[in-house]
Design a protein around this ligand. Structure first.
Ligand code: ZN
Length: 134
Protein backbone atom coordinates (compact mmCIF):
# COMPACT_ATOMS: atom_id res chain seq x y z
CA UNK A 1 0.00 0.00 0.00
CA UNK A 2 1.29 3.44 -0.89
CA UNK A 3 0.06 5.81 1.79
CA UNK A 4 -2.91 6.81 3.90
CA UNK A 5 -5.06 8.44 1.24
CA UNK A 6 -7.76 9.67 3.54
CA UNK A 7 -9.45 9.25 6.88
CA UNK A 8 -13.23 8.91 6.88
CA UNK A 9 -15.19 10.58 9.67
CA UNK A 10 -18.88 9.89 10.34
CA UNK A 11 -20.83 13.06 11.15
CA UNK A 12 -24.41 13.86 12.09
CA UNK A 13 -24.68 17.44 10.92
CA UNK A 14 -22.97 17.79 7.56
CA UNK A 15 -23.05 21.59 7.34
CA UNK A 16 -21.85 22.18 10.88
CA UNK A 17 -19.06 19.64 10.49
CA UNK A 18 -17.87 21.19 7.23
CA UNK A 19 -17.62 24.58 8.95
CA UNK A 20 -15.84 22.98 11.90
CA UNK A 21 -13.26 21.22 9.73
CA UNK A 22 -12.71 24.33 7.63
CA UNK A 23 -11.82 26.14 10.85
CA UNK A 24 -9.79 23.27 12.23
CA UNK A 25 -7.71 22.68 9.10
CA UNK A 26 -7.78 26.28 7.91
CA UNK A 27 -8.61 25.12 4.41
CA UNK A 28 -11.87 25.13 2.45
CA UNK A 29 -13.81 21.98 1.67
CA UNK A 30 -12.81 21.38 -1.96
CA UNK A 31 -15.42 18.85 -2.95
CA UNK A 32 -18.85 17.60 -1.94
CA UNK A 33 -20.15 14.49 -3.60
CA UNK A 34 -23.01 12.06 -3.15
CA UNK A 35 -21.98 8.41 -3.38
CA UNK A 36 -25.18 6.69 -4.42
CA UNK A 37 -23.78 3.16 -4.02
CA UNK A 38 -23.32 3.86 -0.28
CA UNK A 39 -26.17 6.33 0.13
CA UNK A 40 -23.86 8.91 1.70
CA UNK A 41 -22.93 12.51 1.20
CA UNK A 42 -19.19 13.20 1.35
CA UNK A 43 -17.09 16.32 1.85
CA UNK A 44 -13.34 16.44 1.27
CA UNK A 45 -10.49 18.46 2.74
CA UNK A 46 -6.84 18.29 1.77
CA UNK A 47 -4.16 18.40 4.38
CA UNK A 48 -0.78 17.87 2.77
CA UNK A 49 -0.75 14.42 1.15
CA UNK A 50 -3.74 13.19 3.10
CA UNK A 51 -7.42 13.96 2.88
CA UNK A 52 -10.21 14.05 5.39
CA UNK A 53 -13.56 12.69 4.19
CA UNK A 54 -16.68 13.62 6.12
CA UNK A 55 -19.52 11.13 5.73
CA UNK A 56 -23.19 11.89 6.24
CA UNK A 57 -25.93 9.32 5.89
CA UNK A 58 -28.63 10.14 3.36
CA UNK A 59 -31.12 7.77 4.94
CA UNK A 60 -31.87 6.99 8.58
CA UNK A 61 -30.99 3.29 8.26
CA UNK A 62 -27.86 3.69 6.13
CA UNK A 63 -24.45 2.34 7.15
CA UNK A 64 -23.24 5.70 8.47
CA UNK A 65 -26.44 6.34 10.44
CA UNK A 66 -26.17 2.88 11.97
CA UNK A 67 -22.52 3.43 12.78
CA UNK A 68 -23.28 6.70 14.59
CA UNK A 69 -26.14 5.06 16.45
CA UNK A 70 -23.80 2.35 17.72
CA UNK A 71 -20.53 4.18 18.27
CA UNK A 72 -21.29 7.86 17.97
CA UNK A 73 -19.64 10.31 15.61
CA UNK A 74 -15.96 9.90 14.91
CA UNK A 75 -13.38 8.08 12.83
CA UNK A 76 -15.16 5.61 10.60
CA UNK A 77 -12.42 4.24 8.36
CA UNK A 78 -8.83 4.61 7.17
CA UNK A 79 -8.24 4.48 3.43
CA UNK A 80 -4.98 3.32 1.89
CA UNK A 81 -4.03 4.09 -1.66
CA UNK A 82 -2.92 1.09 -3.66
CA UNK A 83 -0.86 0.90 -6.83
CA UNK A 84 -3.13 -1.89 -8.10
CA UNK A 85 -6.29 -2.51 -6.11
CA UNK A 86 -6.93 -5.90 -7.76
CA UNK A 87 -3.47 -7.20 -6.80
CA UNK A 88 -3.82 -5.86 -3.26
CA UNK A 89 -7.30 -7.40 -2.85
CA UNK A 90 -5.97 -10.76 -3.99
CA UNK A 91 -2.99 -10.52 -1.64
CA UNK A 92 -5.13 -9.64 1.39
CA UNK A 93 -7.68 -12.32 0.59
CA UNK A 94 -4.89 -14.90 0.48
CA UNK A 95 -3.66 -13.59 3.84
CA UNK A 96 -7.08 -14.39 5.31
CA UNK A 97 -8.64 -10.95 5.44
CA UNK A 98 -12.33 -10.72 4.64
CA UNK A 99 -13.18 -8.38 1.79
CA UNK A 100 -16.58 -6.73 2.03
CA UNK A 101 -16.88 -6.61 -1.74
CA UNK A 102 -15.53 -9.16 -4.19
CA UNK A 103 -14.87 -6.58 -6.86
CA UNK A 104 -13.78 -2.95 -6.51
CA UNK A 105 -16.73 -0.58 -6.57
CA UNK A 106 -17.15 3.09 -7.38
CA UNK A 107 -16.30 5.33 -4.46
CA UNK A 108 -16.16 9.06 -3.95
CA UNK A 109 -13.49 11.29 -5.46
CA UNK A 110 -13.01 9.28 -8.67
CA UNK A 111 -11.85 6.14 -6.91
CA UNK A 112 -12.26 2.41 -7.08
CA UNK A 113 -12.69 1.14 -3.54
CA UNK A 114 -12.87 -2.06 -1.52
CA UNK A 115 -13.48 -2.41 2.23
CA UNK A 116 -12.07 -5.02 4.60
CA UNK A 117 -14.24 -6.46 7.36
CA UNK A 118 -13.25 -4.90 10.71
CA UNK A 119 -13.40 -8.25 12.47
CA UNK A 120 -10.23 -9.26 10.60
CA UNK A 121 -8.49 -5.89 11.07
CA UNK A 122 -8.52 -5.25 14.82
CA UNK A 123 -11.85 -3.49 14.65
CA UNK A 124 -10.69 -0.87 12.17
CA UNK A 125 -12.62 -0.53 8.95
CA UNK A 126 -10.00 -0.38 6.19
CA UNK A 127 -10.65 0.94 2.71
CA UNK A 128 -8.40 0.21 -0.24
CA UNK A 129 -8.60 2.75 -3.00
CA UNK A 130 -7.15 3.53 -6.38
CA UNK A 131 -7.63 6.46 -8.70
CA UNK A 132 -9.85 5.55 -11.65
CA UNK A 133 -8.02 5.82 -14.93
CA UNK A 134 -10.14 7.45 -17.57
ZN1 ZN B 1 -13.33 6.64 2.29
Amino acid sequence: MLKVEHIGIAVKNFKESITLFEQLLNTPCYKQEIVSSENVNTAFFKQGETKIELLESLNPDGVIAKYIEKKGEGIHHIAFETADIYVEMERLKNEGFILLNEKPKDGADNKLVCFLHPKTTNGVLIELCQEKKS
